[in-house]
Each structure stands twice: as C-alpha cells, then as structure tokens.
Design a protein around this ligand. Structure first.
Ligand code: AMP
Ligand code: MG
Length: 335
C-alpha cells in the first residue's frame, strides 16, 4: 500500500506544504512567499506571515485530488538551518499534526533536502552538489556517510547578495529573477562589454566571498553605468566563482555529475555555464524543475521518505529546531 509523507518547509521567507508518496512520486507544493514591503527579511515578520498563511495553505493541499489525511504515514519538517522564529512555526505545526494523526515525526536537514529532491528528479546518483540559494552557497560531495562541504561562501549567500543589489536599486524581493531579466535585456544591445564593469572576483581556494563584488557593483551603478549592464556583469562574475569551485570539486573527487539546487539554480545563465564546464570535462549537469529549486515542502517530504525507509524518526524531546544545523551534521544512511 502506498502512503504519503507530508513535508513542511519554513526555514526563511517561504512557508510550504508538499508531499511525496512512499514510492517517491512527488506532488507539487502549496507555498506562500513572504515579501517585505521594504528592507530585508525580518525573522519575526516572516514568522508572522507563516502563522497567517498556514491554514489556507493546508486547506489548498487537503482539497487536492492526490491528498487524503488517511494516507499520511509521516510528517517531515525542516529542523534547520534557518531563522529561529520561522523554524519554530513549521516545527509546531509538524508536532501537532504528528500527534493528532498518530504518525511518526521526522526532523530533516533543509540543505540535505535540496540534494535529495535533485537526485529524485534527475536520476543522478553521486553528484557534486552546487547549492546556491538565498542564505546558502556551498559545494558539497558525499563522502564517508555525510554530505561534506568542500567549499562555501565566506560571507553572504549568493541569493542574498543578488537580492540586496536589487533592493538598493528599487527592485523588490526576490531580486534574482529581475536581475536575470535585466541582464538578458542588456545582451540584446549587441556584443557585451566587460572592461567597464570588472568586479572583484572573490575565489579563495575552495571558498567564495561575495561582499566585495556587491559593493563594487553598487559603485558601478552610482558611477553611471546602466543597471542592466551591471546586472549582467554581476551574474557573470558571481556565477563564474561558483562554477570554478564546482569544477575544482569535480576534479578533486573524480566525480562526473554536477547537480544544481537552491533558488539561484533557476537561473538560465548559471545552468548554461554549468553545462559548458561539465561538457568540457566529459561530465554532466543536472538540475530539478524550478518549483523544486526554490524552497518547497515537497523536498522536505522526499528527504523524510528516505529517512523513514531507514527507520529514522524524531521523538518529541528531540524535535527542537536547530538554526545552525550544517549540511555535514546529518548521517546519510540512504544514499
Ligand atoms: P531559496 O532560498 O532556495 O528559496 O531561493 C531564493 C533565492 O533564489 C532568492 O535569493 C532569489 O533571488 C533567488 N532566485 C530565484 N530565481 C532566480 C533567478 N532566476 N536567478 C537568480 N536568482 C534567483
Ligand atoms: Mg533553501
């Protein structure tokens, strides 16, 4: 008999409910994204948004054809990493659903969930994972039973960097898609010019820094360079740093699959750069559908399914959130 694992995502700006059946078929999530009127994301305001939107999102999920409460066999939730007030809302909903349905509770690592939904969707088996989201930028590879972080941002996540650049120029959250649009409009002007928009390139061994690049990009706009031109350059520089580190990770590990994930992996230019690099070295690039790149409840359900198959669940006393959970804190018994 097939059952459903329900997944709850609430680490930051997005509250999302999704599900997967016990055979691994995915069902799209019902999600709501918190968009601040001005400024960045305040954790308390995002948590209030999650509280306000929870019941209507659950209602829409329940009313879908594929869903019935009777078939739910486990509740998975993001236990960390993320913003404390936001994580607490998802965890509370998960505990009460698990209690009232009498099914296991499974606290999952959000970063690992991005990897597992990518493996589910693309069929790649043992990839290097380029994790590019709002708050996280990491290059990851499975070794000795854990997803090891081979390189990562030394300051801010690439998505936060793009969002901040966008916000300063009057573009609302999330800024990444609009930066992509402006960059592609700039390319319609003809041959792109890189010389007047060179930015500091922050690769340090296997790690990356984005804040110098951000400051310099803001300065270029104040100096009078058109916004679209700088958007294009910011994409070229920031994506190149990630692809360079990912290529070195492929070389070091000897792997031949590169999986992209996280919201910035929606970007067509990043996907193109990834394909060019992997083709040149006889490797292959993979990415999930856009709805599964951004934060979503379905990926939490999918990791919950894999953990459940290994007999892992979370007791109530162990269900506290962990805002600073790291990718490599979680034992990977299923891969
Ligand atoms: P996540 O934190 O994984 O939900 O991803 C959200 C981040 O992805 C935000 O910082 C967005 O600006 C970014 N993002 C979404 N779509 C795109 C895109 N097409 N290009 C670049 N960044 C994007
Ligand atoms: Mg994420």
């Amino acid at each position: 008999m097939t059952g459903l694992i329900l997944g709850i995502e609430s680490t930051a700006h997005t509250l999302s409910f999704g599900s997967v059946d016990t055979n691994g078929s995915l069902f799209p999530s019902n999600s709501s994204l918190f968009r601040p009127d001005e400024g960045g994301i305040h954790p308390r305001e995002a948590a209030d948004h999650h509280v306000d939107s929870a019941s209507s999102l659950l209602d829409s999920m329940v009313s879908s054809e594929d869903f019935s409460w009777d078939s739910v066999v486990a509740i998975a939730f993001s236990q960390g990493p993320g913003l404390g007030p936001c994580l607490r809302i998802g965890a509370s909903i998960a505990r009460s659903l698990s209690n009232s349905l009498g099914v296991p509770l499974i606290g999952v690592n959000h970063c690992v969930a991005h990897i597992e939904i990518g493996r589910n969707q693309t069929g790649c088996s043992n990839p290097v994972f380029l994790y590019v989201s709002g708050g996280n930028t990491q290059v990851i590879s499975l070794s000795d039973g854990r997803y090891r972080v081979l390189g990562e941002t030394l300051d801010i996540g690439i998505g936060n960097m793009l969002d901040k650049f966008a916000r300063i120029h009057g573009i609302s959250f999330p800024g990444g898609p609009e930066i992509e649009r402006l960059a592609s409009m700039y390319l319609l002007n003809g041959e792109p010019d890189i010389k007047s928009v060179m930015l500091p390139y922050g690769v340090h061994g296997m790690d990356i820094a984005f804040s110098g690049m951000l400051t310099s990009a803001i300065q270029k706009v104040s100096d009078g360079i058109p916004l679209g031109h700088v958007c294009w350059s910011l994409q070229e520089h920031s994506f190149a740093t990630c692809i360079e580190v990912a290529e070195r990770a492929l070389a070091h590990t000897g792997k031949d699959e590169l999986l992209l994930g996280g919201g910035v992996a929606c970007n067509t230019r990043l996907r193109e750069m990834s394909s060019i690099m992997t083709n040149e070295r006889g490797a292959k690039s993979y990415w999930p559908e856009k709805q599964y790149c951004i934060d979503n409840g379905t990926m939490i359900a999918e990791l919950g399914r894999r953990m459940l198959e290994c007999g892992i669940n979370t007791t109530m006393p162990n269900s506290a959130i962990n805002p600073v959970l790291r990718t490599d804190n979680t034992d990977v018994l299923w891969a």
